[in-house]
Design a protein around this ligand. Structure first.
Ligand SMILES: Nc1ncnc2c1ncn2[C@@H]1O[C@H](COP(=O)(O)OP(=O)(O)OP(=O)(O)O)[C@@H](O)[C@H]1O
Ligand SMILES: [Mg+2]
Length: 264
């Protein structure tokens, strides 16, 4: 694969630390009222080019990623600082209360939120050609994102758009990807890791993505966000148990349903 990229003199991670500016924290209001964001509790050190964020539904992963995207100056509906469009998504973030320690400060990158990728497709379709880019769809695989399947459009974005010294903030990128395509996505990340010019911060429920070797795994665990190993995550444990014996797990689940019905 031939690629052009801007290599950094300094290796990623570029965003090295994230902490709250306590005077800007409004502890009782969303999103600061999320348990893991309680006053003074948020300090995250990014130690690797790839950070994977895991946690149960509703623990605050997307709220954290929105805050980071906000800090980076990215369009909160998805995209980067050059992508100017809006959607109906809530814009309340912890971004204005975050202090980022960078080396160097990078401004390139992309915020991907699965639920608004459709709106981003509209935005790309409406882009006018200009002298630097006669076909604005080329960086997105050469055709409208709406003319590609969900998974194809995601992978085309990853393949054609991700390069340069940049930070990529991705919320559940696996949403559109089959297990096989998730492996392809891991290969793309590996390519970018070897180029030494990209930082990824990814929230995921996919044990496949969590298995990325030497990624820093951060887990929302009650009121804290802590480092974890793959085998410690409930996602890995539950998926492993399910795959080892799907019938036993289904029998157990359905027995619970039967018991609940018997109680009614
Ligand atoms: N606009 C909002 N106003 C108030 N509370 C919200 C809002 N959006 C999310 N929340 C609450 O904030 C908490 C964290 O939500 P968030 O979307 O960050 O979780 P998540 O970890 O990304 O979950 P998931 O795995 O389901 O994507 C949840 O309890 C959610 O109900
Ligand atoms: Mg989420």
């Amino acid at each position: 694969m031939s690629r052009r990229w801007v290599k950094s003199d300094l290796p990623p991670p570029f965003l090295k630390r994230l902490s709250f500016l306590e005077e800007r924290v409004q502890a009782d209001e969303f999103p600061f009222n999320i348990p893991a964001f309680q006053r003074g509790k948020l300090v995250l050190d990014f130690e690797r080019p790839i950070t994977i964020i895991v946690g149960e539904n509703g623990t605050g992963k997307s709220s954290l990623l929105e805050g980071i995207a906000d800090l980076c100056g990215f369009n909160l509906s998805g995209g980067n600082r050059n992508h100017v469009y809006s959607s109906d998504l809530s814009q309340a973030t912890i971004g204005h209360a975050l202090r980022g320690s960078w080396l160097p400060k990078v401004t390139r990158g992309f915020f991907l939120r699965a639920e608004s990728f459709f709106n981003f497709g509209h935005y790309v379709d409406a882009l006018p050609p200009d002298s630097t880019c006669p076909n604005p769809r080329v960086p997105y695989g050469g055709k409208s994102l709406h003319e590609q399947s969900h998974g194809e459009s995601f992978l085309n974005l990853f393949t054609h758009k991700f390069r340069d010294e940049a930070i990529y903030v991705l919320d559940e990128p696996e949403a559109a990807l089959s297990p096989k395509r998730q492996l392809q996505f891991l290969k793309l990340m590996r390519l970018l890791e070897l180029e030494g010019s990209s930082q990824f911060i990814i929230a995921t429920h996919s044990p496949i993505l969590m298995a990325y070797p030497r990624a820093q795994l951060l887990m929302f665990d009650g009121r804290v966000i802590r480092e974890a190993s793959l085998s410690e995550t409930p996602h890995y444990q539950l998926t492993r148990n399910f795959v080892m014996n799907p019938k036993a797990m289904m029998d157990e689940l359905f027995a619970e349903v039967d018991a609940e019905l018997a109680d009614d």
